[in-house]
Design a protein around this ligand. Structure first.
Ligand SMILES: C[S@@+](CC[C@H](N)C(=O)[O-])C[C@H]1O[C@@H](n2cnc3c(N)ncnc32)[C@H](O)[C@@H]1O
Length: 248
């Protein structure tokens, strides 16, 4: 019997999840940036800036950005810290190719390297990176603990992991409005702007299946991190978790 996992609200074979996720991102790639701005009313830009602030980057740091997509986080770090080395990575070739083109067009390719890889099996040596970031990527992993253990392994001692991800609103009224928006407006926006309501239905479903703030904190600590703090943004619709690796 094949092991099962969730893909949004659907149950799928674990071995197939990554290809379903791949189909979603291949389908949305061309409209990804426009849709991000439309869905979040531009707020994702601020959330990513806050993530970079919280990362406490120093010049000369070696940074791994996982699930980079079109490279918003890599761009912010590259521009503010031109002496860092940034590895911009994604499992999906279409998304990464768009990010790479953008880095050349928008002038952040000088200190940026590109690798197609899965955050669940990272092909780098132990203790390589000062900082690892992942924005809106962890939700799509088949095996989140495996991915988090890999991230810890690749961090240097005193390294930090920053996870920006959708989470759970803290107020029940806000939660009701957000549910209505997610299941009524989001798929329609997807249909209107990207001719793709299914992918945005998956987005809404995958957010509901993702661990909430406390559960993700437990998962990060359970994956070997010595400490974890989280910061709620927009009433907890989004949260940033910071995981600390204090020893080898
Ligand atoms: C919602 S996008 C986020 C892109 C970017 N970080 C941002 O915040 O705009 C999620 C990305 O995660 C990537 N992804 C999904 N599963 C992955 C995995 N196992 N390893 C690495 N990347 C993955 C997808 O291909 C997609 O580009």
């Amino acid at each position: 019997m094949n092991k099962k996992t969730h893909f949004g609200f659907k149950e799928v074979d674990e071995k197939d999840k990554s290809s379903h996720v791949g189909d979603v991102f291949s389908s949305v790639a061309g409209n990804y940036d426009i849709m991000n701005d439309a869905m979040s009313m531009g707020m994702h830009r601020l959330w990513k800036k806050i993530l970079v602030e919280l990362a406490g980057v120093s010049q000369k740091d070696i940074v791994l950005d996982i699930a980079s997509g079109t490279g918003d986080i890599a761009k912010l770090i590259s521009q503010d810290y031109p002496d860092t080395d940034i590895y911009m990575t994604d499992i999906n070739n279409e998304m990464l190719a768009l990010g790479r083109e953008r880095s050349i067009d928008e002038g952040f390719s000088n200190n940026t390297h590109f690798c197609q890889l899965s955050g669940e099996a990272i092909p780098f040596k132990d203790n390589t990176f000062d900082i690892i970031t992942i924005g809106f990527g962890l939700r799509n992993f088949t095996d989140k603990p495996a991915g988090l253990k890999e991230m810890r392994r690749c961090l240097k001692k005193n390294g930090r992991l920053l996870v920006l991800e959708f989470s759970k609103p803290t107020s029940s009224l806000f939660s009701k409005v957000y549910d209505w928006y997610s299941f009524n407006i989001l798929p329609k926006l997807g249909a209107l702007l990207a001719n793709d309501s299914d992918s945005y239905q998956y987005l809404a479903e995958s957010i509901r299946m993702h661990p909430d703030q406390e559960a993700l904190k437990d998962l990060i600590i359970g994956s070997g991190f010595d400490d974890c703090k989280f910061y709620n943004l927009l009433n907890g619709i989004v949260a940033i978790h910071v995981g600390y690796k204090e020893q080898d």
